[in-house]
Design a protein around this ligand. Structure first.
Ligand code: SAM
Length: 240
């Protein structure tokens, strides 16, 4: 998969995606990441990329032409069709289901705003969708784009050592939160590992994990559980 990031600070994304699973995915050629700086496509002595908003008010707005030229250059760099996504607090919330959808695509172009954002006319003509990483406002789209790059990269085939680890994560499958995890030592001043995890009984371990997922999802994120859709086995686990 290829991801192009249009940003006034392309090095930020490059560094954020240099370590761990994402860094390894890039090294293995599972993901290629390219930064495109609109300043390189701006004209004039000052290479301006922003200007004051019409109607007055605080802040600056990113200019159309440098962004159009940058997007055109990014598109032309590879024949694969790209989905263009503007990172925006006004976009649809990024979910694991959306990440899975994006991870199947051959190519993404992530557009990072700065200041008050981009000239609105760009959105209608050049942008396929807007995505938000949460109901708060960042100073720029780079952190949000780095979130998309990370979440999508780890779903590329071969990126994770064990495919199952992604399948069992929170929000996957039927959308529940993941169960708790423990490792050595069994006994510790902070507590003991639950006996069932030491039993070697895989059916009982699976039941316990399912129960823990259900209980913690109901406690922490009840809106994720479709109680009407729970089967008999799940109801028994919750009643236990
Ligand atoms: N004036 C804009 C508004 O209130 O909707 C906020 C602009 S923000 C200061 C600058 C840029 O940061 C945005 O253009 C966007 O690219 C990015 N950004 C800020 N918050 C974001 C969020 N929650 N999710 C994704 N991108 C965000």
């Amino acid at each position: 998969m290829r991801i192009d990031v249009v940003s006034l600070f392309p090095d930020f994304i490059d560094q954020a995606a240099a370590v761990g699973v994402v860094g390894r995915a890039r090294e293995r050629g599972l993901l290629s990441l390219e930064g495109w700086n609109p300043r390189d496509y701006a004209t004039g002595n000052y290479r301006r990329v922003d200007d004051r908003p019409f109607g007055g008010g605080p802040g600056m707005v990113m200019l159309l032409d440098p962004l159009l030229a940058t997007l055109a250059a990014a598109r032309a760099a590879d024949p694969a069709p790209a989905r263009v996504i503007y990172m925006s607090p006004q976009g649809r919330p990024l979910t694991q289901a959306k990440v899975r959808e994006l991870a199947q695509l051959p190519r993404l172009i992530l557009l990072c705003g700065r200041y008050e954002g981009v000239d609105e006319r760009l959105l209608a003509s050049e942008v396929d969708e807007e995505l938000s990483i949460g109901d708060y406002v960042l100073s720029g789209g780079e952190l949000a784009a780095a979130v998309v790059v990370d979440a999508v990269a780890r779903l590329q085939d071969g990126a994770l050592g064990d495919v199952e680890s992604a399948v069992q994560d929170s929000f996957e499958g039927d959308g529940l939160l993941d169960c708790p995890h423990y490792t050595r030592p069994v006994e510790h001043a902070l507590g003991r590992v639950p006996d069932v995890l030491l039993s070697g009984n895989h059916a009982e371990i699976a039941k316990w994990r399912r129960q823990q997922s259900l209980v913690r999802t109901l406690e922490r994120r009840p809106e994720l559980v479709d109680e009407a859709a729970l089967g008999k086995a799940d109801r028994r686990l919750l009643a236990a």
